[in-house]
Write a protein that binds this ligand. Structure first.
Ligand code: GAL
Length: 633
């Protein structure tokens, strides 16, 4: 596999006279890909039904003439103003019942049939015109589904579509009433048309109702995307991608990914550390110009799996962004390190966002490879360096992992709906486990919750899974490595009720969660061997062997053979001990890495990434701040 670099470009933002010079500079820099088009609907179709392809023909030809390959985006994330005149009710509606208006982007409801038809029309027109264009070598559908919290819509269109979805799922209102437990508080329905959306209720809505609404909303994204993919495939054999995001769980990415050829994601390490990663002040300070050392890798591993092996970075942060609470300048070297870390995790391409900083509109404070005056910004030189290094390194192969970590979108919805303690988050629980593994120098595969075969792995971790799928149950029963499940494993039915017999109900493991408690994070439950459970702890009954106990005498982790159940959220010290013990039992080699240093092995090389702002020592080598070191295996 050849690894390549690219950039996001908006020809419609610049005078046409500049395009040739831009394309020359992109090619000279060593770029392969240029992503264009994804927000240009008002230029592609200035009036309903009147298309203007001339400028796009010339832009693609200009890029293609320099050997650059185009990723062509469908423009459906930015419907033009005229669309609202045609479909005034197409806007998504927020939880408080307010429409999300025109004047930025993503102003549409996934359930609006009229808007879907308009999308089908523009995508057909685009795919017909460029499907056979030799320079259009990949496609991107829409842009960042779920960005700006746009998956859940409480519109009339969503209500009708939800009712239809429920009718399809339950067939009769009685079946729905039973599944949801609607006898509670006299919530029973006589007709599917009586079911509303789970907002604007007096107090919390029924969790089963919300769970189905989350599933429905996720399915709407998948079918919206599928509509576009099917149209593109009629006209083009080029691969179809979508650009996913970081720490976004509003829809099931496994399902959307199943319809794509390539999964890609948009990586903004400094924005994420400032904006969404829960971390203490010291961690934020330490990594303020480098980003969290594990957040990017987590998503690389996630999207490699979502793309069934094929994945890209569609947007890579090049400098300060505009949207986070604080927007620092990356340490010199980070635009290179981030790209190499993606390649070491198997990325086929890394595209920087964006070519030139736009001096107008919303993102004028967002850096590009070039400044607004076209002079190179610092990332320009770093991208060039990566391009030269890629040319010098003939290498392929993603590398193998002996450890797998299950990631399930529905579990994130479940524990968002019923956290039972303010600090319980499924996403950050899984990420905590991931971090623990990475600090031990391990390669990790992230796998879906319906994985049916675990035989490639020695250690499988599934924290927080609200329900166990039948395929995963069967795979666990056949698995001869170490498995660690819990906390909260299998603790709800798919309908969102507590199952009886009580959880975790794992075959062969005599353990029952008799009681759970959530605790403020500053009230840890100390463990006898050191470390603690924090925020969440379960009290177990049963005869299963105790591997870890709390100081108050309750079991904290039990096992039957190699199947383990963890009865709480372990702090870092407890987690490290648990992981080291499991790896030792399975003969998995570990290395406790120095702070801020991370490692990844491909099929041919060992890579080390120094996320520190000071040099790090490793194996007799000094790796500079923000440095990358690699050696053949
Ligand atoms: C992404 C988006 C881009 C741009 C970028 C700025 O979320 O896809 O269009 O807005 O953020 O960082």
């Amino acid at each position: 596999m050849k690894r390549t670099l690219g950039v996001c470009y908006y020809p419609e933002h610049w005078p046409e006279e500049k395009w040739a010079e831009d394309a020359d500079r992109m090619a000279a820099l060593g770029l392969t890909w240029v992503r264009i088009g994804e927000f240009a609907w008002s230029r592609m179709e200035p009036e309903p039904g009147r298309y203007d392809w001339g400028w796009l023909d010339r832009a693609i030809a200009t890029l293609g003439a320099r050997g650059l390959k185009v990723v062509l985006g469908t423009p459906t994330a930015t419907p033009p103003r005229w669309m609202l005149d045609r479909h005034p009710d197409m806007l998504a509606v927020d939880k408080d019942g307010r429409p999300r208006g025109f004047g930025s982007r993503r102003h549409y409801c996934f359930s609006h049939q009229g808007y879907r038809a308009e999308c089908a029309k523009i995508v057909s027109a685009l795919a017909e015109r460029y499907g056979k264009n030799p320079h259009v070598a990949a496609w991107q559908t829409d842009n960042e589904y779920a960005c700006h919290a746009t998956t859940l819509s409480y519109s009339e269109a969503a209500k009708t579509a939800f009712q239809d979805w429920l009718a399809q799922k339950y067939q009769s209102p009685d079946a729905l009433n039973r599944a949801w437990g609607n006898v509670f508080w006299s919530m029973e329905y006589r007709d599917f048309r009586e079911v509303g959306l789970p907002n604007l209720t007096v107090t919390e809505p029924n969790p089963s109702h919300v769970m189905d609404f989350r599933r429905f909303s996720s399915d709407q994204v998948a079918s919206f995307n599928r509509l576009q993919v099917e149209i593109i495939r009629k006209h083009s054999t080029a691969p179809v991608a979508h650009n996913f995001m970081g720490a976004i769980t509003e829809f099931d990415h496994w399902k959307v990914g199943a319809d794509l050829d390539i999964a890609s994601w948009d990586s903004y390490p400094l924005g994420f550390l400032s904006d969404r990663i829960p971390a203490d002040a010291e961690h934020r300070r330490r990594f303020v110009r480098q980003g969290d050392p594990d957040f990017q890798a987590f998503h690389h591993d996630l999207y490699r799996a979502v793309g069934r092996g094929r994945w890209w970075i569609m947007e890579q942060q090049p400098g300060p962004v505009n949207w986070a609470p604080f927007n620092p300048d990356p340490l010199p070297g980070m635009a290179r390190l981030w790209a190499w870390e993606a390649f070491a995790h198997g990325a086929e391409a890394v595209c920087y966002f964006r070519w030139r900083q736009a001096p107008f509109a919303q993102e004028q404070m967002h850096a590009g490879l070039l400044r607004p005056d076209s002079a190179p910004a610092p990332a320009f030189g770093e991208a060039g360096q990566v391009a030269r290094e890629l040319a010098a390194m003939s290498e392929a192969g993603t590398g193998r992992a002996e450890v797998a970590l299950v990631f399930d979108y529905a579990s994130d919805w479940a524990w968002e709906i019923q956290p039972q303690g303010r600090s319980f988050s499924y996403f950050w629980l899984v990420f905590h486990f991931y971090k623990g593994l990475r600090k031990l120098g391990l390669n990790i595969d992230i796998i879906p919750p319906d994985t049916a075969d675990l035989s490639a792995y020695r250690l499988v971790l599934a924290p927080g899974l609200f329900t166990l799928s039948d395929p995963l149950k069967a795979a666990l029963a056949a698995f001869d490595g170490t498995a660690i499940l819990g906390p909260r494993a299998n603790s709800r039915t798919p309908d969102f009720a507590i199952p009886v017999p009580l959880p975790p109900a794992l075959p062969g493991l005599d353990a029952v969660v008799a009681r759970v408690e959530s605790l403020p994070p500053d009230v840890p439950v100390a463990l006898a061997q050191g470390g603690a459970l924090v925020s969440w702890r379960e009290k177990l009954e049963g005869s299963a062997g105790v591997v870890e106990a709390a100081e108050d005498g309750w079991p904290a982790m039990v096992a039957a053979g190699r199947l383990h159940y963890l009865a709480g959220w372990p702090d870092e010290a407890a987690l490290t001990r648990i992981l080291l013990r499991a790896c030792a039992a399975e003969g998995i080699e570990t290395e406790i890495l120095p702070e801020g240093l991370r490692r990844r092995e491909t099929a041919t090389h060992r890579f080390l990434f120094n996320y520190n702002c000071v040099p790090a020592e490793w194996g007799g080598v000094t790796i500079p701040a923000a440095g990358v070191h690699w050696q053949p295996l």
